[in-house]
Design a protein around this ligand. Sequence first.
Ligand code: ADP
Ligand code: MG
Ligand code: MG
Length: 311
Amino acid sequence: MAVLEIDNLQAKVAEDGGEQILEGVDLDVESGEIHALMGPNGSGKSTLAKVIAGHPAYEVTGGEVRFHIEEDEFEDIEVPADLQTWDLLDLEPNERAALGIFLAFQYPAEIEGVTMVNFLRTALNAKLEEREELFEDEDEEDEAEADEGGDTKEDAAGYDTSPMEGPADEGEVGVAEFQEILQAKMEQLDMDEKFANRYLNAGFSGGEKKQNEVLQAAILEPSVAVLDEIDSGLDIDRLQDVSQGINALRDEQGAGILQITHYQRILDYVEPDHVHVMLDGEIAKSGGAELAETLEDEGYDWVREEVYEAA
Ligand code: ADP
Ligand code: MG
Ligand code: MG
C-alpha cells in the first residue's frame, strides 16, 4: 500500500518571470485506485505530471508532495519505519521512480540500436539498483552510527565491505529470468512477441509507443503510475489493448493510477474510482465516474461557473 499525497502544490515555469501554472493542487492517489484527471487544454494537467516527475522545466513555488510506503512495499526489502514517508520534491527523478512512481516521460523518444527487451531489462535493473541504494545507504549510516563507540575493528570491517560490489549485481535480473518476466507481461497485455526484439521506438506507430509505455509500467511494477494522455491518437483496438494493460496494472499489481486525459472515451474501458477536473492550475471539482460523463455531455463551463459563484 502506497499513497502519493499532493498538498497545495504550486509551480511555475523555471525561468525568470516564468508563468505560474499550478496554483495549489491537492490530490491523494492510493495504490489500487484509479483517478482520472480531466480538464481543458492548458489547465496544467501535464505540468502536474511533470512536476511530480521532477522535470527541470518547472520550479516548485509552494506546497508539498509526499510518498508514503509501507514496511512490506517491496518483496525483497523491508522498509524501516523512518523510511516510510518521503518528501518527493527533495528526490531526483530516478529516485522517485525507484520508490515506485512511474512517469511516462521517462520513456526515451528514440535510442539507436537498443532493442525493447534490452531497454526494459536495463530500466528494471537501474530501478532495482537505485532502490537498493536508497535503502542501503541508510542502513549503512545506521550501522555506522550503531558502531560508534563499539569495537573499532568491526568498524573497519564494516567499511571494507563495499555494498557496491556483490549485492548490486546479485540483485540484477539476468537475461533468462527477464525473458520470462517479459513474456508473462506481454501475454497479459496481448502484445505480439516480436515486439521485444524490435529496436526501441524505431518505426513504432503512435499506438505501439503507447502500448510500450504500458508494458514498461508493467515491468517496473510501480505503486503509483502517472499516465499523461496515453489515450491520445489511439484507434479503438489499440485503445482497448492499452486500457486492458492499465486495468491489469491495477487489478493484478495493485498499482494506483493517475490517468490524465482530455477525453472521456478511455474511461469507458478504464473505469475511474475518482474523477477530478483541473481548471487554471487547480482541482476545481472532484467526483465519481459519473462526473466524467457529465463533462462529456456538458463540457467544462458549468464547473467554471460553479467556481466563480463560490468565489
Ligand atoms: P494541459 O496538459 O492541461 O493541456 P499544460 O500543463 O501543458 O496544460 O500547460 C498549462 C499552461 O502552462 C499552458 O498555458 C502552457 O502553455 C503553459 N506551459 C506549460 N509548460 C510550459 C513551459 N515549459 N514554458 C512555458 N509555458 C508553459
Ligand atoms: Mg492532503
Ligand atoms: Mg497536457
